[in-house]
Write a new protein. Structure first.
Length: 296
């Protein structure tokens, strides 16, 4: 039996791997992106009943930017389903749904790791689908969410929730791990002071099931000479997502001075770790500008 055709907008790192997985599982795929190989597929994607959108939503020195997402979501045809995979600030899906009432908009955060992307796409541990807040109990939107859930690869944890809950889940995970990396770097420096072996200390902590084994290595990137030196929470997600989260917190909870100071302190410490170890300086500059300096 022929499987349905699924549309994809955006063929960057996330969009390409997701589309490739659908194709591998026997779905017909239509891809629309700025690259010459896909730019002619706008009308074909518009006709797809389900369209996954994975386009850049960067955080820059001017703040969070979802302008690309806003410019392409209108490609989805009337009555069809748009599934946003891009990382977006809480409230974004609700706003887009209000602006585009003729389509069904859902948010499905992605949890892909750069080191194991194909396995993560094929074998997700979570499938989370967010429905716009005012549509959470709407039968049409819930049927659409179940339809999308039905075409995703199987995950042991599956939930249909509100869009803000789905959006915050993505930021919660990335920023918790960001702070975990910063803390491990702080603890590493303290361990060095006392001559404590980090591998022993780390194993002692990992044996505590509440802590977990991920993001425990404070020095994990190699330079051109093969020497381990990179420190801090880097990569394409951690830096931008923490900056966006801190800016959001300042905007919506401006009276919570203690939390804002805490977030800024984590941010300043991590940026110093990255700068001092010359790790991901291009990504750091992309978020904060060429003269990176964040002070608590």
């Amino acid at each position: 039996m022929k499987k349905q055709t699924i549309g994809f907008i955006g063929q960057g790192w996330v969009g390409k791997h997701i589309a490739d997985n659908f194709a591998k599982r026997g779905f017909e795929t239509v891809r629309y992106a700025k690259e010459p190989a896909y730019e002619q597929n706008r009308a074909a994607v518009s006709a797809c009943s389900i369209v996954f959108i994975a386009v850049p939503t960067p955080t820059t020195s001017r703040g969070f930017d979802n302008s690309i997402l806003q410019s392409v979501i209108g490609v989805v045809g009337t009555g069809n389903i748009a599934v946003i995979k891009s990382t977006v600030l809480p409230g974004t899906t609700d706003k887009l749904q209000k602006k585009h009432p003729d389509i069904i908009i859902l948010h499905a955060p992605e949890f892909l790791r750069e080191t194991s992307v194909m396995n993560d796409v094929a074998h997700p541990n979570r499938n989370i689908l967010g429905i716009p807040s005012k549509k959470l109990d709407n039968p049409r939107w819930r049927r659409a969410a179940k339809k999308v859930m039905g075409v995703l690869p199987y995950a042991p944890y599956r939930v249909i929730c509100s869009a803000p809950e789905a959006e915050l889940t993505k930021y919660a995970g990335n920023n918790f791990l960001y702070m975990k990396v910063v803390f491990m770097n702080m603890l590493y420096d303290l361990a060095q002071t006392y001559g404590a072996r980090w591998d022993v200390l780390a194993k002692n902590m990992v044996a505590d099931p509440r802590i977990g084994a991920s993001h425990m290595e404070p020095v994990h990137q190699h330079d051109h000479m093969g020497k381990r030196r990179g420190r801090g929470a880097g990569g394409h997600c951690f830096i931008k997502d923490f900056a966006a989260f801190r800016e959001l917190y300042e905007e919506v909870l401006p009276k919570d001075k203690e939390t804002i100071a805490l977030l800024k302190a984590f941010e300043a410490k991590n940026n110093k770790l990255l700068r001092d170890s010359k790790k991901d300086l291009d990504l750091l500059a992309g978020v904060y500008g060429k003269h990176v300096k964040v002070t608590p």
